[in-house]
Design a protein around this ligand. Sequence first.
Ligand code: HEM
Length: 416
Amino acid sequence: MQSNSPDVPRRPQAEDLAEALGAEVCPAGFPVIGARMLRDPAALGTLRDAGLARVSLGGGENGWMVARYDAATAVLKEPGLRGEHPLAQTMRTAADEEVCDEEMLFFPPTEEHLRLRRLISRQLTHRRVGGLVPRIQQEADRLLDEVPHSEPIDLVQSFCRPFPVAVLCELLGIPMSERRYIRNYVYGWVAEYGEASSVTKKAGIELAGYLRELVAERRKSPEDDLISAMVSGDEAETLEEDVLSAVRLLLIAGHRPMTRLLTEGVELLLGERDRWDRLRREPGWLEPVTEELLRYVTPTTLASRYAEEEVEVEGITLAPGTGVHCALAGVNRDPAHFENPDTFDPDRSENRHVAFGLGHKHCLGAALTRAEVRVALETLTARFPQMVLADVRLSGEPRRRQLPVVLRPETCPVRH
Ligand code: HEM
């Protein structure tokens, strides 16, 4: 994986990089890469120029970062980087009564990861997603029926945030009466828009208890949902702890990036009237628009790998356990790979983005994501062709991201 290109700039020292990024320096002397930096085009450009760079992700996690397309795609597929997170063995990830750090659900021990991935991928198939589309449509319509159409509303609160949870509840087969509880749990975890926070220990224990009961019920009398499919028929032997981990992983993995994609996506499309109108007129445009939104927004900014054994990456030998973190938003805007990378252009001729990661951990929800975006955009453009952004701040928590819109400005007494 060595890069021999003559135009690769000299790898800056950690302090130089920290200065260039305007980043704090951790006790080990590495720049601390915060969540904002991973979305900032200028910072991502600096990281791309740095090649493979030593960084801290905060919270004591130090490792290396890559933001270039070629290097990152090689890292994500590198067999020597299929190791465990250094804490994987100590942080038991199943619905453990002692641990409620949902982030660690993404980094189970290898054996457990293989079992979970197999379990989810065998059941979360294209076929299941296809069969779910009418119910995804129902959920979209229900949410949009409930809000006022002729006055400003916050589309994040009314649609972009609840829609992905509603779809997950449909997928998993969470009974209607318990959906509010699940929604509050997921919202509690994602405390602020885009900023993760661990749920409280009490909430995690409660959820585990609730899911155990639901799983037992579905084992006894299976229904047409993912939980039933994971515990009946060929999967009847599945460990309860694995089903619980899979459900919690799906609830977390399937919510946060979807909300961001829909929010940023609708804002981008409404930002230029022609885009909104063309989307309505040309259903064939939906697919390239979705892929370009995935590239341009890159809702999940990091994909991490850990060295299983000594491995060479970009000419540097990494010790077992070392983390290599791919800054996906930088990768998706690498000018060496995408022409005019900072331009939103659904008509670009090639779009091999890495918004879903790559390799042995690539996203298991890609088909569901595409189905959700399709239903959301088709429904919004068909039902609200005149929809506009509204230049107001609505009531609500002051720091929370809003997307004020008027769905039917033609019926609104005040023009927006
Ligand atoms: C905008 C939507 C989404 C984006 C951008 C996204 C992106 C990602 C990324 C970048 C990863 C890590 C990949 C890697 O390390 O190579 C990932 C993992 C994962 N995603 Fe998604 N995701 C999205 C939606 C979903 C949905 C809707 C689900 C399921 C309901 C889902 C389920 C998962 C799971 C289970 C993993 C863990 C895979 C593993 O560890 O093996 N994702 N996703």
